[in-house]
Each structure stands twice: as structure tokens, then as C-alpha cells.
Write a protein that binds this ligand. Structure first.
Ligand code: MG
Length: 409
């Protein structure tokens, strides 16, 4: 069976209502349903996202037997973006997110129809089944990390000023960590692959309503893009709706269907979470009801202005799973800095207060001409001034309050 024959898909992309260019790219044909959201100035984002899509599509044309093939294609895309960026100064630092669904070839050893899902960045892949919508991917974003570590709530994340920062993307580092896993093809499942331009604008329950109510995948994709634009369209938006036409029956009990870590009715499921710290249970089923909020469904309300990992604030933002810099490390450095400052200040004060040859309190014998002033009167710092102007000459004392070197009235 051809890789894409089990699926019907509709797709649409749009620059949105604010931006002039569209840095999103996608492929939705022949068993490859992938979205990439590019980043970088001088149209570099467009180049990066298009490169990533091309590499994955071309690799899949030879067939993917396992999720490993998908992971390798994504890593090859990462390399390709970096090579192109190295050729042109204006494209330095360009990158892209990537997520989506790809068909896997049936094998003689395992006739179970399977598909693979992968994610890098904050574009998302959802599953809609039985009137419920679940986000299968976990965002690699700054605010998602804050939510995961309990520093902010999901509601706060929606309006966080740094909600547009991604912590993982293709094209940034030599090696890229890819979240990828395998799911069984279940007849009637509907997958939604989208850039953050959709989820930033449209609440999950509205997305779910369209997926449930619009049968044609192309019409559903069109409606979702139009909804994003009606809500503001502050970012490029890309939507792919993929229907599974042929496959296994849905498992009888899927009340709990967290991310890709859970198999379908005992079917074999491979899970290769690239980030061991990612909690696969961070996503839960979202009932199709107004006001419902999906755990792990961190969304921003601003257009994506994704920053390369290397631009993240190091104090609290995790950059990658390999270079995590958390609050404990920050507090430790803060305390270390405070101690060092105190030590330096104390040392300076000690040196300053210690009397030395040059710091000795000046004792100046003041010549007098008045008979009411003893010839051997001594005037020093803090001495009560006489009733006549007297110049007390000293060249060394700088002690506060000292009258040395000043004209004493
Ligand atoms: Mg975007």
C-alpha cells in the first residue's frame, strides 16, 4: 500500500493580517504532513523552513520504515540549514521549527499500519478522536519550560512577554534533539498539524469544534486559517488536517490518551523522547467544551518572533536539554556574587581605615600672631575653628569632616 493512500489531507497557509511575508512552509501529500515555522531576518526564515520541508519530503520519497528514518531526515534538515546559513552572512542564525505526521511503510514483520510523529520547536501536532482534542507534542519553548517547572501557570504563560521564544529549533546547533514516536493508524483519527499562528489566536475548544463539525479536511483547514485571521492574524498561520481513512479500529477505552508515550490498545508504540526531562503526561485530553483548557497547551498571543537558542537569557531560560540553566544555578551565582561584593567592600574599607604614614592625622602647628592664642596651639581635624580665618595646611588628610586643606572661617 502506498504510504499516503491511508490518508486524506487538506492544508492552507497564510501570512496573517500583520506580516508581509510568510515564513511558514509545509508539505501535505503522499504520506508526509509536516509544518515548519521559520525564523531569521532577510527572508532567512522562509529559506530555513522551505529547506527543512524539502529535506524531509525528499527523504520520505524513498520510504520510511521506522521512526529512526524520520529522525535522521530531520537531523539532515538541520545540517542543510546550517550549511546554507554558513554560505550567506544575512542568513546566519536562521532556523525553523518542524512538526508533523508521516506514514511509515508496512513491514512483513509487523503488518500494523503505523505513522510517525516528530517535533522540534513550538509548532504542534494534535489528535482529534471521539470528540476530544489532545496536543501530542510538547512545545520546546521558554514559557512551556516555566510551566513545566511550576514557575508560572498556563494562564500566565499565555500572556508572558517571552512566550514567543523557542528553546529548540533546526539550524541552531550542530546536533538537534528530536522528539519522535510511532502511533498506530486508527481509522477515523484526525490529526491537526499547525504553526503557532493558529493556537496563539484560536482557543482549543474552537479548534476542536471545527475539527468535529467540518468533514472535509480542506474545508476544515480553510476555516481554521480564517479563524486565526479573524482573531487578529498576528503571525503567519499554517494548518494541515489529516484524516486516517484506513487502519485499525479505535481502542475501546481511550479515556486517558496522553502524548505519544501511550500506545493504542496495546499496539506496539515506540517512544523516543529526545528530552528526558519532558513529561509525556504534560498533555491530556481536551474535552470539546467551551472554556476547556488543555494541560500543557501553552500558547502565546503574539506573533512568533522566535529567537535562536543562543539568544536566550541565560539566567532562567533553558536553552536546550543539554545546556539547561535553571533557577538553582542562578541563585547560586547570585549568592556568590553578593558574597564577593561584600568581601571586596570590607577589604576596601579596611585598607582605607588603616593608618599609615600617608594617612596619619595631620598635626599642624599653626603660627599665631594674637596673644590670646597659645604659640603651641594644635589644630587638627575636627578642631574647633578659631574666630579668625586660619589656613590649616595639610596635604594628606581626606577624612570626612576634616578641615584640613580647607579655609576655616
Ligand atoms: Mg509562527
Amino acid at each position: 500500500m502506498a504510504p499516503g493512500s491511508r490518508y486524506a489531507a487538506g492544508a492552507r497557509t497564510h501570512a496573517g493580517m500583520v506580516r508581509d511575508n510568510n515564513e511558514d512552509a509545509f508539505v501535505a501529500a503522499d504520506g508526509v504532513y509536516v509544518v515548519a515555522d521559520g525564523m531569521g531576518g532577510h527572508q532567512a526564515g522562509e529559506v530555513a523552513s522551505a529547506l527543512a520541508i524539502d529535506v524531509v519530503r525528499d527523504a520520505h520519497s524513498s520510504g520510511f520504515e521506522s521512526v529512526t528514518d524520520l529522525e535522521k531526515a530531520i537531523r539532515d534538515a538541520n545540517t542543510s540549514i546550517r550549511l546554507h546559513a554558513a554560505d550567506t552572512l544575512e542568513r546566519a542564525g536562521m532556523g525553523t521549527t518542524l512538526t508533523g505526521v508521516v506514514a511509515l511503510q508496512d513491514t512483513d514483520d509487523d503488518p500494523t499500519p503505523r505513522l510517525a510523529i516528530a517535533n522540534v520547536g513550538d509548532s504542534r501536532t494534535y489528535l482529534h478522536r471521539d470528540r476530544r482534542l489532545v496536543c501530542l507534542t510538547v512545545d520546546h519553548s521558554y514559557v512551556q519550560e516555566l510551566v513545566r517547572t511550576g514557575q508560572i501557570t498556563e494562564q500566565e504563560a499565555r500572556f508572558h512577554p517571552r512566550r514567543n521564544i523557542v528553546t529548540r529549533a533546526l539550524g541552531i546547533d550542530r546536533n538537534v534533539a528530536v522528539d519522535a514516536w510511532v502511533r498506530a493508524c486508527v481509522r477515523g483519527d484526525r490529526y491537526l498539524v499547525c504553526s503557532d499562528g493558529l493556537v496563539d489566536e484560536v482557543p482549543d475548544h474552537e479548534i476542536a469544534a471545527v475539527l468535529e463539525g467540518v468533514a472535509d479536511p480542506q474545508a476544515a483547514a480553510d476555516q481554521l486559517v480564517e479563524m486565526a485571521n479573524r482573531h487578529g492574524g498576528r503571525d503567519n498561520v499554517t494548518v494541515i488536517v489529516v484524516d486516517v481513512l484506513d487502519g485499525l479500529d479505535a481502542p475501546p477505552d481511550d479515556d486517558v490518551l496522553p502524548a505519544g508515550a501511550v500506545d493504542d490498545g496495546g499496539l506496539p508504540t515506540e517512544v523516543t523522547w529526545a528530552d528526558e526531562n519532558v513529561d509525556p503526561d504534560a498533555t491530556t485530553l481536551l474535552p470539546v467544551s467551551p472554556g476547556a483548557a488543555a494541560a500543557g497547551s501553552v500558547r502565546s498571543s503574539q506573533p512568533t518572533e522566535t529567537l535562536p537558542v543562543t539568544s536566550l537569557p541565560s539566567a532562567s531560560a533553558p536553552q536546550t536539554s543539554r545546556r539547561r540553566f535553571g533557577v538553582p544555578q542562578f541563585l547560586f551565582l547570585l549568592a556568590l556574587g553578593a558574597i564577593a561584593t561584600v568581601v571586596i567592600v570590607v577589604a576596601l574599607l579596611a585598607v582605607r581605615d588603616e593608618p599609615g604614614p600617608a594617612d596619619e592625622v595631620p598635626v599642624v602647628r599653626v603660627p599665631t600672631t594674637e596673644s590670646d592664642t597659645p604659640d603651641d596651639s594644635v589644630v587638627g581635624p575636627g578642631a574647633t575653628p578659631t574666630t579668625r580665618p586660619t589656613v590649616v595646611q595639610s596635604t594628606t588628610s581626606t577624612a570626612p569632616g576634616s578641615t584640613a586643606g580647607a579655609v576655616v572661617p
